[in-house]
Design a protein around this ligand. Structure first.
Ligand code: ADP
Length: 173
């Protein structure tokens, strides 16, 4: 799988699937979740409500992923995943990496070849950006998937040079 790092807005990405950093309710929130629902229109929320009325009655667990339509967005699907809230005392990084690998597993099921990810947990959930990037790249690199291109879309453009260096493996821990 090719891994790309770009600056931008995930809602405008021309890919098969975009990933949403959702919350467990699946019923919308701020940050990238708010942007996806705003620009994708009510069809996405309707699909999320249907999930809550069915198999996801208690919501989506941290580190899990599930797909819906992408409504009015250029992508075909939105893959919703729930990142862990950052904790300075508990290591929740396996849950964070699981968001990426579970999203790719769902993408495989859909037959999506190109997938764009936001920097999961690095907003309201307060994960430090550099480590969030490291966890994302580690999970994407080691994933067993038929997805051809994974694109990490960084809303904060000033994070791109560091992410590019980490992607190329030129920054030691
Ligand atoms: P979380 O609750 O998982 O922290 P947030 O949506 O608060 O999710 O933030 C996750 C990341 O998504 C942050 O780095 C934030 O800057 C970024 N982000 C916010 N809006 C967009 C967008 N439209 N496209 C891509 N990334 C976005």
């Amino acid at each position: 799988m090719r891994i790309e790092v770009v600056a931008g807005d995930i809602t405008t990405q021309q890919v098969d699937a975009i990933v949403n950093a959702a919350n467990s309710s699946l019923l919308g929130g701020g940050g990238v979740d708010g942007a996806i629902h705003r620009k994708g229109g009510p069809e996405i929320l309707a699909a999320c409500r249907a999930l809550r009325a069915g198999h996801y009655g208690k919501g989506l667990r941290t580190g899990q992923a599930v797909a819906t339509t992408a409504g009015l967005l250029p992508a075909r699907w939105v893959i919703h995943t729930v990142g862990p809230v950052y904790s300075p005392s508990l290591d929740r990084s396996a849950d964070l990496r699981s968001c990426y690998t579970e999203s790719l597993r769902v993408a495989d099921e859909l037959g999506a070849a190109t997938v764009a990810f936001p920097l999961i947990s690095a907003g309201v959930y307060r994960w430090p950006a550099e480590d969030a990037i490291r966890q994302a790249l580690e999970a994407l690199r080691t994933a067993d998937t038929t997805v051809e291109v994974a694109r990490l879309v960084l809303f904060e453009a000033d994070r791109v040079p560091l992410a590019e260096r980490l992607r190329r493996g030129s920054v030691p821990r």
